[in-house]
Design a binder for this molecule. Structure first.
Ligand SMILES: Cc1ncc(COP(=O)(O)O)c(C=O)c1O
Length: 496
């Protein structure tokens, strides 16, 4: 019998957050320099909650407390070795725990404890180690494990054809990349070449990857702060987030934020592209149809391309193969990744309108693993699993059921300020019942309590429990997970 996690102790996670000052060791030099040269500048607030936009940070006292309670000496030793050899960074190293295997919806740690993975870095639509995907990769490994760039291979062509068939409208030209960030870079370059313009309009709070070009269009402090000059011409606007709408939509989006994008496009006159996460995955923000209709029309009127980032939510997460299918519009490019590699191989892709095939004399991607037969085999097998196991319908049905269950939970749990979801991308927002302020500290407690009971998920914006279970999850597993969450929320509420 594998040991189970210790049940949460009374007062577990009661340590009050003292701020995230530790996160800034790396940036201290820049801070000092800036402080010296810009003496009049407003001092930074080092506890800015924006740093939790992308996920729970790894240096909080509560994290340390959890580790002290749950890790064996052997695991501690491995984590210390990891911390010794890897560069430290927010959101990863130092790590929380160490894994020895994964299968289906479960991760298994070195003590043999099984953890339902509702995070999975969004790679696990078909679950971990799906036999069909593993077989396809093994077969490919025996025949053609690599394909140098001046050659093509049948598996890559098959995948490109398949994606072109699946993508909406006239999106039919494909370029692969070894990661979502790189694919975003390709899309940005193609937009420049195709329009002869360089400016972009994108969203605050968005994530498009961690490289300098991707963080220039991204809008999260954890990636941008104190990093120095970013790409010029990358304008940002408010994302569609009805509960925090600066246009006064009162919780129900009226697409005023999309109208503002049009205002910016008109004023700037020469924007190359509007870049948006179709559905923002970290805190589950799915705009209404009107939002995308307005954006599409605005882009057309002002000669800007519409680039949709579906890296974490493509291939069934929202109940459709591509999330944009919920909106009845066709973008100029879709960027996908993560689950495309079947939770095995790093794979991403740009799918563009045929008319955007205009850069034959430039290098847009030029990535060493551009047509990786292994990655393409994993992707083709993943698409087959999605079709054969009818995972789109499964995501829609299970997601609808989970959302009802979460609404029901909200009636009983005053800490829950909002629940939302699209397919099997689900969010539970925790707010202080009286003030309505984000309950970030409580959300972190809930997260670690759930982890203690064998359920992993991440926090978005610090107070949204973001749930992305594998689409292959069984009904009773989803029910069990939601039960764990409700118990944890109830316990945290009772301890307030
Ligand atoms: C919306 C979005 N865009 C881009 C990326 C970057 O993808 P990758 O980590 O594969 O480079 C991510 C990764 O989390 C993402 O969530």
């Amino acid at each position: 019998m594998p040991p189970s996690y210790l049940p949460p102790q009374a007062g577990e996670g009661d340590t009050r957050l003292r701020g995230n000052d530790d996160c800034y060791t790396i940036g201290a030099f820049f801070n000092k320099l800036l402080e010296r040269t810009m003496a009049t500048r407003r001092p930074r607030n080092k506890t800015t909650p924006d740093l939790t936009a992308e996920g729970d940070v790894n240096l909080t006292p509560r994290r340390k407390d959890w580790e002290a309670r749950h890790l064996s000496a052997a695991t501690r030793e491995l984590l210390d070795e990891d911390a010794r050899y890897f560069l430290h960074q927010s959101l990863s190293t130092p790590c929380l725990n160490a894994l020895r295997s994964c299968a289906g919806i479960y991760l298994e740690d070195h003590e043999g404890r099984r953890i339902m993975d509702f995070h999975g870095n969004s790679v696990h639509q078909v679950g971990y180690a799906h036999p069909h995907v593993i077989d396809a990769v093994k077969r490919q490994l025996d025949v053609l494990p690599f394909s140098p760039r001046r050659f093509t291979n049948g598996t890559a062509v098959q995948l490109a054809r398949k994606l072109a068939e699946l993508a909406p409208g006239d999106l039919s030209k494909v370029l692969f990349a070894p990661g979502g960030t790189a694919a975003i870079g390709i899309a940005l370059k193609l937009a420049r070449v195709a329009t002869g313009r360089h400016k972009t309009v994108s969203m605050w709070d968005a994530f498009h990857g961690a490289s300098l070009d991707a963080i220039s269009v991204g809008g999260e402090a954890a990636f941008r702060r104190d990093i120095g000059p970013l790409l010029p011409g990358t304008e940002h606007v408010q994302p569609c987030a009805p509960r925090n709408c600066h246009f006064g939509c009162g919780g129900t989006c009226t697409a005023r934020c999309a109208e503002y994008v049009e205002y910016v496009l008109k004023k700037e006159e020469d924007v190359a592209a509007v870049v948006v996460e179709t559905v923002r995955s970290t805190d589950v923000q799915a705009p209404p149809r009107k939002y995308y209709e307005t954006l599409r029309e605005a882009c057309d009127r002002h000669g800007a391309l519409l680039i949709l980032d579906e890296i974490p939510i493509c291939l069934g997460r929202t109940g459709k193969m591509f999330a944009v299918e919920h909106y009845g519009i066709v973008p100029d490019m879709i960027v996908l990744g993560k689950g495309l590699g079947g939770a095995v191989f790093p794979m991403a892709a740009v799918i563009a309108r045929a008319g955007l095939d205009v850069a034959a004399d430039r290098a847009l991607g030029h990535y060493t693993h551009e047509k990786s037969p292994l990655g393409c085999a994993a992707a083709l097998a993943t698409l087959e699993v999605i079709e054969q196991e009818r995972l789109l319908a499964r995501a829609e049905t299970l997601g609808a059921h989970a959302l009802l269950r979460m609404k029901d939970m909200q009636q009983r749990q005053p800490l829950i300020g909002d629940v939302r979801g699209i397919g099997l991308l689900l969010g539970i927002e925790l707010n202080h019942p009286r003030s309505g302020e984000p309950a970030r500290d409580e959300a972190e407690q809930v997260m670690y309590r759930c982890l203690s009971r064998g359920l992993s998920f991440k926090l978005g914006q610090g107070n949204v429990l973001t749930l992305s279970p594998p689409l292959i999850i069984a009904d009773e597993e989803l029910e069990r997970a939601l039960g764990i969450i409700e118990t944890a929320i109830g316990e945290v509420a009772a301890s307030l």
